[in-house]
Design a protein around this ligand. Structure first.
Ligand code: SAM
Length: 239
């Protein structure tokens, strides 16, 4: 996958893309990330990218010209038809299904806003997706885009050492993941449930499924609203 990010603060990405799983993913060419400062595309003498809002009001707004030109320049170098994703608190709430959908694409372009955000014509003309990472307002789209990039890249084939681990993560099957334990089996008197030490894979799978369902009911009952429960799941929920 190719990822392009248009940002006024490219240095914010330094480090984040060069650590741990993302670093390995880039080295294995599962993805490549190109950061462009769209200030470089401003066609005015002082490379201004923002201006006052028509009608008055506080704050500065990102002008269309540098962003249109920067997006078009990236599109010209792409063989795919990249989705153009605007990071905005007004966008579609981001979730795991959205990450899975984006992970199927060959090329993504992220637009990171700053100040008061974007001139409306950017939203209307060149953007295919608007994503919010939550109901709060950040100073800029950089951190938000990194959240999306991280969650998408870890889904690309071969990126996680053990591909099963993405399948069993919270949300991937509509539920929160079950509790997990590692050594020792007894830590300060707190014991790992016997079933997990039993070696009985069928019982272990059943315990995990049940705990996953129970935890989802306690913490995120909203996730169960659209779920078609199996007979077994209905029984467990009654316990
Ligand atoms: N005035 C805008 C509004 O009320 O919708 C908020 C602008 S915010 C200060 C500046 C930029 O940060 C936005 O253009 C967007 O790129 C990014 N941003 C802020 N909160 C975000 C969120 N929850 N999700 C995604 N991006 C966000």
């Amino acid at each position: 996958m190719r990822i392009d990010v248009l940002s006024l603060f490219p240095d914010m990405y330094t480090g984040v893309l060069e650590q741990s799983i993302l670093k390995k993913a880039a080295e294995s060419e599962a993805f490549s990330c190109h950061i462009t400062n769209f200030r470089d595309y401003a066609d005015n003498k002082h490379q201004r990218v923002d201006d006052y809002t028509y009608g008055g009001g506080a704050g500065m707004l990102l002008m269309p010209q540098p962003i249109f030109d920067a997006v078009e320049a990236v599109q010209k170098t792409s063989e795919a038809k990249p989705r153009v994703i605007m990071m905005t608190p007004q966008g579609t709430p981001y979730n795991q299904n959205y990450a899975e959908d984006l992970a199927k694409e060959e090329h993504l372009i992220f637009l990171c806003g700053h100040y008061e955000g974007f001139d409306e014509r950017i939203r209307e003309s060149i953007v295919t997706d608007e994503i919010s990472i939550g109901d709060y307002v950040l100073t800029g789209g950089e951190l938000a885009s990194m959240v999306v990039i991280d969650s998408v890249v870890r889904l690309l084939p071969g990126v996680l050492g053990n591909e099963v681990s993405a399948d069993t993560d919270s949300f991937s099957n509509g539920l929160l993941e079950h509790p997990q334990y590692t050594r020792p089996a007894d830590f300060r008197g707190m014991k790992v449930p016997d079933v997990l030490l039993s070696g009985n894979h069928k019982l272990i799978e059943e315990w995990r499924h049940k705990e996953s369902l129970r935890r989802t009911l306690l913490r995120r009952p909203d996730l169960l609203e659209s779920r078609v429960l199996s007979d077994k799941e209905k029984e467990w929920l009654k316990e």
